[in-house]
Ligand binder design. Structure first.
Ligand SMILES: Cc1cc2nc3c(=O)[nH]c(=O)nc-3n(C[C@H](O)[C@H](O)[C@H](O)COP(=O)(O)O)c2cc1C
Length: 345
């Protein structure tokens, strides 16, 4: 990216912002991602810095009140990240969501985020995630109940809905604002489309124009140019990045602070994440999570498929380290836009 555009991007991302009266360091955030945005990934992410707010992967609301953070693979964090960490909860009713949100507040998270975007069948079948968008009154009732129960910043992550008509989402955004939601994160895709068609930028613009609370745009931000375009074309208040943050976690520091990653960044990252997973999880879960990550990591490279199959053949975390040491080398040919087919597996 040309220096003028880099400066323009950093300038937009570093504009002061507070959510629900609480200041946030910048406007480039980590999107919630099941299986990817765990404590170990965030441990590594924090070494690079530059992420204004991170969102946990979704936590089932019903289980949350009794979840043990020492045992739970998802409801786990480091004390020092709590001031910049939002816990995402998935549930369908005030009965499920309120006790979960209260636990999130008690534990000291920055905020709580209600998932209204997930289209995974297991979630939708239980009327949670994007299913709530089919029942706007139920979605609103859930939001109102959580708002009454907690005073920490309240977020809703949602998407266009179940038809391409953006008006129901605009209407819901206004009702969320009136109910006291502090910030919306919007992914402009129609359910159940799971990232196969491009997101519709105009829909972010419509939501940002419908409310006066901050609206963060999300979806297919791969390059710094994409990020700048999203901000400039939609007027959204900031950007939430998902898969690319897993592929290149230093992008937060790069886009907000001008950080230049060293030649060894990919290999360092591959090894650091292996160490972090080993530290936080038992060997079986660590290996499982590492393999999930390799889909996004390998998509960085022109010959990503062959690297990925080497990682997938690993039988232990030591095998993983051996693959990283032998096969992730400085100067490997990179793709500018990672292979999104890989990302959709
Ligand atoms: C593996 C994976 C898991 C995801 N899990 C969640 C989740 O738990 N909660 C949620 O709201 N969105 C989830 N998402 C959606 C992302 O937050 C984001 O909206 C989507 O990936 C588009 O953004 P991106 O193009 O920057 O990746 C997930 C996406 C992926 C790829």
């Amino acid at each position: 990216m040309a220096p003028a555009a880099s400066n323009a991007l950093a300038g937009l991302l570093n504009r002061p912002l507070s959510i629900g009266g609480r200041p946030v360091a910048n406007r480039l955030w980590l999107a919630p991602m099941a299986g990817l945005g765990h404590i170990s990934y965030r441990r590594v992410l924090d070494e690079y810095g530059g992420c204004g707010l991170a969102f946990t992967e979704m936590c089932g609301a019903r289980a949350l009140p009794t979840e043990n953070p020492r045992k739970s693979p998802v409801f786990r964090w480091r004390e020092e990240e709590l001031p910049r960490l939002v816990c995402q909860i998935a549930g369908a009713t005030p009965e499920d969501l309120v006790p979960a949100a209260e636990r999130v507040e008690r534990e000291g998270f920055f905020g709580v985020d209600i998932n209204m975007g997930c289209t995974v069948p297991g979630i939708v079948k239980r009327d949670a995630g994007a299913a709530l968008l089919k029942r706007p009154d139920a979605a609103l009732a859930a939001v109102q109940a959580v708002r009454e129960a907690v005073s920490i910043p309240l977020f809703v992550k949602f998407r266009t809905g179940w038809t391409p008509d953006i008006r129901p989402a605009e209407d819901l955004a206004r009702r969320f604002e009136a109910a006291g939601v502090d910030c919306l994160v919007f992914h402009p895709r129609v359910a159940p489309d799971r990232r196969t068609r491009p997101p519709v930028r105009e829909h972010i613009k419509a939501i940002a124009g419908a409310v006066s609370i901050p609206v963060f745009g999300n979806g297919d931000v791969i390059t710094p140019e994409d990020c700048l375009d999203m901000l400039e074309q939609t007027g959204c208040d900031g950007v939430s990045v998902g898969r690319m943050a897993v592929a290149r976690p230093w992008l937060f520091a790069e886009w907000t602070q001008g950080f230049t990653p060293p030649d060894t960044c990919f290999r360092d990252y591959a090894l650091r994440l292996a160490d972090a997973l080993d530290r936080d999880f038992d060997p079986i879960l660590a290996l499982k999570r590492y393999k999930l990550f390799t889909v996004y990591f390998a998509a960085n490279f022109s010959f990503g498929h062959s690297l990925q199959s080497k990682f997938l053949a690993a039988k232990s975390m030591d095998d993983i380290r051996a693959v990283a040491e032998a096969h992730v080398k400085p100067g490997m040919p990179l793709v500018k836009r990672p292979n999104m087919n890989l990302h959709n597996t």
